[in-house]
Design a protein. Structure first.
Length: 288
């Protein structure tokens, strides 16, 4: 099942049919047995027509699938991410930090975004004007309810400044947390079983209608389990409305690549769909 947050309400896609769900997003998703609840709503909710589906799910109508949740992220969970972080930090002598955390018992977890800084499908994400090396990071993202149970999945784009983080590991918050530095979407996927290692994650970056990057991998390449990451996140944090956890980047463009304004990033994950974002620059802040 797929749950969409739109400007016209909450839509549930199930067995090639669409249903309009009553209620607020947070009240709908923050529960145990979300799948069972959504199945029950297919029997009591209004089924919409094909023409209505087009109207409800047109590009500008889809919102990020988030209410009052926070977005967190896990770092260095894939070998490719570890190697990239070590490479960008080589000149500062901090490369060993990433090697050590990859093998450590405790994972790297960090705060990423509040809901107001999260973009949705076909919306802009920003690159920092004070950064010379910017990349998207495709991530399978967990929705975890307030009881600490994984109830769904979405696609995450963890925008990152590699030049700022590479300059000093203590600059991680500035490299990761800024306006429109995260995207989620296009939907919240709720399945009858957990997403498995065979699921494919793919990213394409286009510039002037031409592909400048394309690669894919599978979830099986991740080092840590989702329950392990969730367990650490919930050790000392409470999330009254649940939260989202990006599980780490698995695809990294080559060191000579940096995003430019106008680039289009397409991230696809089996079963969930494709999240598309255009690269922009925050017009409210000028580099001094």
């Amino acid at each position: 099942m797929k749950l969409y947050s739109t400007i016209n309400g909450i839509l549930l896609e199930h067995d090639y049919s669409m249903f309009l769900i009553d209620g607020a997003w947070d009240d709908t998703v923050n529960r145990d047995d979300l799948e069972g609840y959504l199945l029950s709503k297919t029997k009591t909710s209004k089924q919409i027509t094909l023409n209505e589906q087009v109207k409800y799910l047109e590009d500008k109508s889809i919102l990020p699938p988030i209410g009052q949740q926070e977005v967190w992220a896990a770092g260095v969970t894939y070998l490719k991410s570890r190697d990239a972080r070590m490479e960008e930090s080589q000149s500062t002598g901090a490369a060993s930090l990433y090697d050590r955390v990859y093998d450590a018992e405790r994972p790297e977890l960090f705060f990423k975004a509040i809901a107001s800084r999260v973009s949705g499908h076909n919306q802009d994400v920003f690159i920092r004007k004070d950064s010379a090396w910017n990349v998207p990071e495709p991530e399978l993202t967990l929705f975890i309810n307030s009881n600490g149970n994984i109830q769904g999945y979405t696609i995450g784009n963890d925008m990152s400044s590699r030049s700022i983080e590479g300059e000093n590991a203590l600059y991680l918050p500035q490299a990761k947390i800024y306006e429109k530095s995260a995207a989620l979407g296009p939907c919240l996927f709720v399945g009858s079983s957990p997403i498995g290692g065979e699921v494919v994650i793919k990213m394409i970056i286009k510039r002037d209608d031409a592909k400048v990057y394309e690669d894919s991998t599978t979830v099986s390449r991740i080092k840590r389990s989702f329950t392990e990451l969730t367990g650490y996140l919930f050790r000392e944090c409470d999330f009254p409305h649940g939260c989202f956890l990006m599980t780490g980047t698995c695809l990294v463009p080559s060191p000579d690549f940096t995003l430019q304004e106008g680039d289009i990033v397409e991230i696809s994950i089996d079963a969930i769909g494709t999240l598309i974002n255009t690269i922009g620059i925050n017009p409210k802040h000028k580099l001094k």
